[in-house]
Design a protein around this ligand. Structure first.
Ligand code: PEP
Length: 308
């Protein structure tokens, strides 16, 4: 893998990060090639989160999770598996002592009560430590609004569940040049009034998932995904007043990520990993994606160690 350093013009307390240059595997977007060292204020974690959606059963989920855990033992990568609710116990048992976190795919915003078929944060206690919130499939099918998603986020934080907030635009919104506007509105809607300190302390993560790329085999280009990750941090910094704290938030890319294309996203210093659906059910794919993520994690750690 070729290495180069990119310049983000980051803060004076920044670290230069060697960035791996992967061949471009998706649709191309012309942009200027940066020539100077990247400066990231500090090291963000590299995360690969598996969203199993409505797949697996309690009978087979544990074995799949154990296989994935064994095939993805790479240094420096935070691994998370989010199975269906009914498989949480089996997956948790299978992953005991394996340094892979378990996440839920949703949580109810209320503490408890007359909500037939719903799952509260308290019910997840002891089963999951992460939770996906605001996935586009739930925005589409359960009509989850940004306001409701914000309430779920608050509930997750108060229950000690590490939230992955999903944002992303529809195809017609991207084609109309409104992608950043749409994603920024989702962020403002879900995060308005929330304490940045509480979010950071709770390990808040954002997943940028263009809706048109989810489960379709289409992906954003690495450059477009990186531009959105930067727009997301700009929105946090400026619109929400987080200032430099915005740089601490990991931003993942999601949307038809595979072992063959993940390098395009991880080569971008603003992207800190992937939220993976279909490919996360395949141990070979997970092994390839986590191995590639470990390259980025090692490059970041090396830059941090050198104090660059
Ligand atoms: C997802 O479920 O968040 C997702 C990105 O799915 P897929 O990787 O299948 O597109």
């Amino acid at each position: 893998m070729q290495m180069r350093e990119l310049d983000t013009g980051g803060g004076s307390d920044g670290h230069a990060i060697p960035v791996e240059v992967a061949p471009h595997e998706g649709p191309t977007v012309p942009r200027e090639g940066p020539t100077q060292p990247v400066r990231i204020p500090f090291m963000r974690p590299v995360i690969i989160a598996a969203n199993w959606k409505m797949n697996t059963t309690p009978a087979d989920a544990g074995q799949l999770a154990a296989t994935i855990a064994a095939r993805t033992e790479e240094p420096g990568v935070t691994r998370v598996i989010c199975p269906p609710y009914v498989c949480l116990a089996a997956v948790k048992d299978a992953l005991a002592g394996k340094n892979v976190f378990v996440g839920a795919q949703n949580v109810h915003h209320e503490q408890g009560g007359a909500y037939t078929g719903e799952i509260s944060a308290a019910m997840l206690s002891g089963l999951a430590t992460w939770v996906i919130i605001g996935h586009s499939e739930r925005r589409r099918d359960q009509l989850e609004s940004d306001e409701l998603i914000g309430k779920k986020l608050a509930r997750a934080l108060s229950a000690g569940l590490r939230p992955i907030l999903c944002v992303g635009e529809l195809l017609d919104e991207r084609e109309a040049g409104r992608a950043v506007e749409v994603v920024s509105a989702q962020l403002r809607g879900a995060l308005a009034g929330k304490e940045v300190e509480a979010l950071l302390a709770g390990g808040f993560v954002i997943a940028y998932e263009p809706v048109w790329a989810i489960g379709t085999g289409r992906t954003a280009s690495g450059a477009d995904a990186a531009a959105m990750a930067e727009a997301i941090r700009s929105c946090l910094a400026a619109d929400l007043g987080w200032n430099s704290a915005a740089e601490q938030v990991p931003v993942l890319y999601g949307g038809s990520v595979t072992s063959a294309n993940i390098g395009e996203f991880l080569s971008e210093h603003s992207i800190d990993g992937g939220l993976v659906g279909g490919a996360s059910l395949k141990p070979d794919e997970m092994a390839g994606m986590v191995a590639r993520a470990a390259v980025t994690a090692m490059a970041r750690a090396a830059a941090e160690g050198k104090g660059e």
